[in-house]
Design a binder for this molecule. Structure first.
Ligand SMILES: [Zn+2]
Length: 109
């Protein structure tokens, strides 16, 4: 057994679920759900210290990007990644690969 330190999930505030949420499936009528299992903690309401650190790093990146007046799309383009991926990184869902670090050489297209 590892006694891993956990912290409450920042997205659901430790509830393990989020909601009410608005679901938009293209053409289908929009739908409201009372609550959904939180996808950021898989419904557990807890994050590991590592997950929390990643979220904090992502939030810092986002704050820096906003301070530069850069949109998600512009920043993603500059870093050579998709806006969806940058969004995940800023939310701490994905880790930033070393090659994606801002300021690195990149592949030069
Ligand atoms: Zn959560």
């Amino acid at each position: 057994m590892t006694s891993e330190a956990t912290v409450p999930c920042e997205f659901c505030k430790g509830k393990g679920s989020t909601g009410p949420v608005h679901i938009n499936r293209g053409d289908a009528p929009h739908e409201w759900r009372e609550s959904m299992p939180c996808r950021d903690c898989a419904g557990t309401g807890r994050w590991t210290a590592e997950r929390h650190a990643r979220w904090q790093a992502g939030r810092k990146m986002r704050a820096e990007r906003l301070a530069r007046g850069e949109s998600l799309r512009e920043a993603a383009q500059r870093m050579g990644i998709t806006p969806a991926r940058l969004c995940d990184i800023e939310a701490g869902r994905a880790a930033l690969a070393p090659a994606e670090k801002p300021g690195s050489d990149g592949e030069g297209r």
